[in-house]
Structure formats: structure tokens, C-alpha cells
Write a protein that binds this ligand. Structure first.
Ligand code: ATP
Length: 141
């Protein structure tokens, strides 16, 4: 497998788990968060960790994210920060953007902005669990 350069913006439970998993698969991972404590905590586990507010045009520009293979926007709960970050990434020509949405409306807005893929982690996880739990051999057990 070819190793990629991947940036993960927003290092909450979801973002930090993804960032660590990718790093353990030997991808080059840059983690970005506005909260310095979160950044400090993850820094031993990923390639680089940086404190930045990605809704700030100059701050996000300085990260040179157009040079990464993939940027994951893992800010979900803060709608404004999620949408603004996605929009700035589009303006900066990030080659591939994947963004987390908490609901359908947020997902629609992210699609309108032009992100390449919208993910709904809680919905996707619930769906997989339901599919697994209702498989015949699990129900019979
Ligand atoms: P999770 O479920 O993954 O824990 P959450 O929904 O509880 O996430 P979010 O609001 O999605 O919390 O925030 C996830 C992370 O994104 C937090 O660590 C937060 O500090 C970071 N974050 C929020 N706004 C910005 C921003 N403007 N720039 C960079 N990071 C941000």
C-alpha cells in the first residue's frame, strides 16, 4: 500500500482516533486543532500536531494543505467551524476533502460547498451494528 499524506482537522474523539489509526498504518499524519491541550496529547502518536484555528484564512493557508493527498474535516458539533473550514479548503484547492456531518442538512451544505465525501460516523456505526446484530447467526445465538 502506498503511504499517503493526510491532515486531520479537529482532534475530538472521532478525529483523534482516525489520526492515530492512520499513523499506525504508517501514513504521514498532520493533526490540527484549536485546543492546545488536545494537540499536546496526540503529538507522540502522529507525525505532526499543530494548534490552529482553521476558520482563520491566514492560519489555514499557512498549513499548505493543498500539498496533502487527503484532508479530513473531523469537526462536527461546531457547524460554523465545520462549514467554514470545508469552504476554505475548497478555496485553497485541497485535492481531496472528506468531512464529517452530524445530520442531513449539514451533509447537504458540505456537498454544496463541494467536498468530495461526507461521512456520518454515528449513523454509519449504528447501521453497521444493526446489520451485524440482526444477522441470523447472531440472532440465533
Ligand atoms: P467528537 O465527537 O469527535 O469528540 P465533538 O462533536 O464532541 O467531536 P466537535 O465540536 O466536533 O466536538 O470538535 C471536535 C474537535 O474540533 C475539538 O477538539 C475542537 O477543539 C476542534 N475544533 C473546533 N473548532 C475548531 C477550529 N475552528 N479549528 C480547529 N479545530 C477546531
Amino acid at each position: 500500500m502506498k503511504h499517503k499524506t493526510i491532515a486531520v482537522i479537529g482532534l475530538g474523539r472521532f478525529g483523534s482516533t482516525i489520526a492515530k489509526m492512520l499513523a499506525s498504518m504508517n501514513h504521514e499524519v498532520l493533526g490540527v486543532d484549536i485546543d492546545s491541550e488536545v494537540v499536546q496529547k496526540i503529538s507522540p502518536f502522529i507525525t505532526h500536531a499543530i494548534v490552529a484555528d482553521t476558520t482563520d484564512e491566514e492560519a489555514i493557508k499557512a498549513l499548505a494543505l493543498s500539498q496533502f493527498d487527503l484532508v479530513i474535516v473531523a469537526i462536527g458539533g461546531n457547524l460554523q467551524a465545520n462549514l467554514m473550514t470545508a469552504m476554505l479548503l475548497k478555496e485553497l484547492d485541497a485535492p481531496k476533502i472528506v468531512a464529517k456531518a452530524e445530520n442531513n442538512i449539514q451533509g447537504k451544505m458540505l456537498h454544496k460547498i463541494g467536498v468530495d465525501q461526507v461521512i456520518y460516523p454515528e449513523y454509519d456505526m449504528a447501521l453497521r451494528l444493526v446489520q451485524f446484530l440482526t444477522r441470523d447467526h447472531v440472532m440465533d445465538y
